[in-house]
Write a protein that binds this ligand. Sequence first.
Ligand code: BG6
Length: 453
Amino acid sequence: MTSLVIFGATGDLAGRYLLPSLARLTAARSWPPAFRVRGVGREPLDNEQFRKHAGERLDRHAADVPIDARHEVLNQIDYVVADVTDPAAVAASIRDLPTPIAFYLALPPSLFATTVTALAQAGIPPKSRIVLEKPFGSNENSAQELNRLLAEVATEDSIFRVDHFLAKQTVQNVLGLRFANRIFEPLWNAQHVHSVDIVWDEPLTLEGRASYYDRAGALRDMLQNHLLQLLCLVAMEPPRTLTSRDLHDRKVDVLRAVRALTPEEVSRHTTRARYTAGRIGDRVVPDYTAEPGVDPTRETETFAAMTCWIDNWRWTGVPFKLRSGKALGARRSHIAVRFRDVPHLVFGQHEEPAPNVLRFMIDPDRIELSMNLNGAGDPFDLEPACLDTDLAPQTLPAYSRLLLDILEGDATLSIRGDEAEEAWRIMDPVLAAWAAGAAPLREYPAGSLANDF
Ligand code: BG6
């Protein structure tokens, strides 16, 4: 690749993740200095104005990056005004760029299909790559259509469906822990595992993203992609190698085994809720519905929880509980594998030992295993103990790693087309049952803890 084009360069994704990632790569000297980066968007800005805007985003989201590296990125990037759904405008916006080009669609998903079509009509330079963000489509049908469209214009190995969670260090540690250690695999099944919690609670609120989020909601924004990907890594069979094809094959196997819930199961095993006004620390948060750009009649959920069952030999009967919400009182981001109780109580007259829980904490990264040991004093008293390891902070943040993978053409951490479709097969029945009134929308004051409602 010799150029990166960011469609939607003035949007939230570019400002929050892509530009800061470029700055971090530049600071780490991992980004080729002669590389061209072009922002394309509809906002009528000249280069100067765009750089000012981008500089402000870097000040906010990459304040830890040395100022020289931030300036270097700003000097490397220019901006062209274009409607990315118009083939002639797209062609004009890239005419002077060296090829091949990585096209990053940092756009609302509703624009993916028209943008890919415009790009194809404008002419995609040979060996170029197309990068799409999640959610990939808005249901199984639209994901299939998008895959068909992409297959007409590009080869699968040049399409990157990005899920930045896969580039998080602790997430990859699930693979390390499972497949580089002998001791866990014999316990990694329904006989020994009681349940798995996959949690992503955020104090973040809407942050000005209504145009995307109000149409997506928590289920589409987090569960359908990020949390199902985490489920795949926990539940998949050992892959033959960690190459792209082996990893994707094993992940698809798991997704195919996740049961589609019936409407009655949706009522019992899912929760959807929306935040109302409240306080998070000293921050006063308005009602979700009072945020600019929100349409209250859409009943968009800002919290979603769902229990999944994997109908295969290894996992039958084990609940995998997925949950994510915004405007919550505490950040909690972890995968917790809870093991079954010991089969027989030898400490009968004393207390029952707490179950062992293996926790992968994400951002900051840490792995913990809770255990029971004999305490001091009475030799038969049990005391909780925890084996834990703090992991060094990730050297390159997830988006920086993904950008490098895109440049290097390594699709191991991207989502294959069939994975995206299977993930929708699991979520579509939930969305349909919700639309028909199952699991009515609840409310929680901003700042609540997820366990409290
Ligand atoms: C994004 C979601 O993909 O992931 C956001 O759209 C969410 O709503 C974010 O806040 C969480 O990831 P991270 O890495 O920023 O904690």
